[in-house]
Structures are given as C-alpha cells and as structure tokens.
Design a protein around this ligand. Structure first.
Ligand code: SAM
Length: 285
C-alpha cells in the first residue's frame, strides 16, 4: 500500500467527523470505529489488495478503512446500513482525498439484502464487521458473490477463533465447517479493544480466507449445510443419533455414515467438510 497519511484517519479526526455529523455510535449496528492507523494498515496489508482489484467493504462507518482501501485498490463498493454514514462517506473522501472519490461506490443498504454489485465485480471482501451479523454476512457474501477470492475481516476474537477452527478443536462448530466449504480460513492476528472508539468489551481477531473449490460431491451446498446443522444441533450425541431426524431414521443415518466411511459413533465436532459432503451424497431420493 502507498502509505499516504492523508488516507489514515487518526483518533481525533474520527471523533471530529462523528461530532460534525452528530453521530453517536449505536450498539444496535455494532458501531465501533477504528481509530488506530496501524491496525488499518495491517488490515489492508493482510487483505493483499492490489491496484487492479475491486473490493467490497461492509460497514464503512466514518471511512477509517475505506480511505486506505481506495488508495490501494481500483474500486471500493461500500455497503452501509446507517443512512447518515452512507450519505457522508463520499463527502469525507472528496474532502480528504478527492483524487480517490471516483473509485468509491456506496450502497446504502443492509448487507444481508444486497444481491448485486456494480461492475467490475469484487475480488476481495474487506471489513471491520458489526459483531452481531459477522458470520452470516461473510458466509452469505461468499455464496452470493462467486468472484470474491479473498476475505479479510475483523470480528470479535471468539468468532474469529470459531471461523478458523479445525475438527477436534473445542470451538469447532457450524461456522467453522460452513466457512471451510468456501475457503481456507486462518486467524491472521489478534487485535486489542483499544483500537476502537468506543472500545467494545471484547478483543477482536483478523480472519483471512482464500477461496478454494467446494468439496467434490453430488449433494448440493444446501443439503450439506442441512447435514451440518443437524449434526451440531445435537453436539453431544453421536452422529448416528444426531443425524437420525435428518436421515429419516437412526438405521438410515448409520447406513449413510458407513457408506461415507465415517464411524457412526463419532460426534460431528470431529468431521471435516469433505466428510459432511460425503455423508450428504449418500442420501437416496
Ligand atoms: N469500518 C468502520 C471502521 O472500521 O471504523 C466501521 C466499523 S463498525 C464495527 C460496523 C459498521 O457496519 C458501522 O458503520 C455500521 O453502521 C455498519 N453496519 C451494521 N450493520 C450493518 C449491515 N447489516 N449492513 C451494512 N452495514 C452495517
């Protein structure tokens, strides 16, 4: 990234912008703004955004991340639910870095309802996500926008650890397995709460994802995800018992598990995404 200081919002500038707009950060929309330029630099570096890339940012807020992303990328599409922030963002960019204004598009909308992106289609999703919608937003963007090759998101540390967990880990669960359908996922770094204003009462993690081909299976993604949901809804049960309802009966669950080469006495927390895909492919009719 070209380290242009004009694109890095410092703590006083973030507060001044908020004051000018009379923005009082609301918990409802998870509004914790980044006030630390080093954290912003790290996010942009880890996102690996290059000058030919089109990027989507969810929840640009006051623009802490948007400005350096505009500097690094060809285009940034920013999806912001708060109408005041969505309206102000182009003005902030025009004031602070007018040469970058052309590269910005704003979609003033709930990210969960966005179905289309302006061309050129985004190759990277970069965001400091509102905590309450972090997992559904990431998973649904990967599902809806197949051009996305890379994701770099800052989320609550606990959520970051869950997303990046592998089979057998205590925090391995539905988000981990579903994320693994789409991508290689890793916890790239931890971030303290003091880089935000206002400071939340939890630390954060940076999650890096690189898309890979989905598992080779005759089952659809929806079918595999239903199997994962069933297995983890009864986390403490063996797969034979946990998948009985989903498969139709416990013997049928056992047949499917054995056909997929999975021990029916295991629990879902030990299975890889490929194994869930193999089990789902055994469904008849
Ligand atoms: N990116 C800014 C930063 O790093 O300072 C703000 C991050 S703040 C944690 C989350 C942002 O997401 C807020 O601007 C909030 O208004 C916005 N937001 C919350 N829920 C949203 C949703 N469902 N769709 C789009 N934006 C949302």
């Amino acid at each position: 990234m070209n380290d242009d200081a004009a694109t890095l919002l410092t703590a006083p500038l973030v507060r001044e912008l908020a004051g000018r707009l009379d923005v009082r950060p609301t918990k409802h929309w998870g509004q914790n703004f980044v006030i630390d330029p080093n954290t912003v630099r790290k996010i942009v570096r880890l996102a690996g955004v290059g000058p030919a890339d089109s990027v989507v940012e969810i929840g640009p807020g006051l623009g802490s991340l948007t400005l350096p992303l505009l500097q690094a990328a060809a285009h940034v599409t920013a999806v912001e639910i708060d109408p005041r922030l969505a309206e102000q963002l182009p003005r902030t960019v025009a004031d602070l870095a007018p040469q970058l204004r052309e590269r910005l598009r704003v979609i003033p909308q709930d990210a969960m309802t966005v179905t289309e992106m302006p061309d050129p289609q985004p190759v990277a999703l970069v965001a400091n996500l509102p905590y309450n919608v972090a997992v559904p937003v990431v998973l649904s963007f990967l599902a809806r926008f197949p051009t996305l090759q890379r994701v770099l998101v800052m989320v609550q540390l606990e959520v970051a650890e869950r997303l990046a967990a592998g089979p057998g880990s205590k925090v391995y669960g539905v988000p981990s397995v579903k994320a693994a359908w789409y991508a290689d996922v890793r916890l790239a770094d931890r971030v303290g709460r003091n880089v935000f204003w206002p400071a939340p009462n939890v630390d954060s993690g940076l999650v890096a994802m690189v898309r890979h081909d989905p598992p080779a299976t005759t089952a659809s993604r929806e079918e595999v995800f239903a199997c994962i949901d069933a297995a983890f809804a009864a986390r403490r049960k063996t797969l034979r018992a946990a998948l009985a309802g989903w498969a139709g009966s416990a013997p049928e669950a056992e047949r499917m598990l054995r056909a997929a080469g999975v021990d029916p006495s295991l629990r879902g927390e030990r299975l890889t995404i490929d194994q869930f895909a193999a089990i789902s492919a055994q469904r008849i009719g």
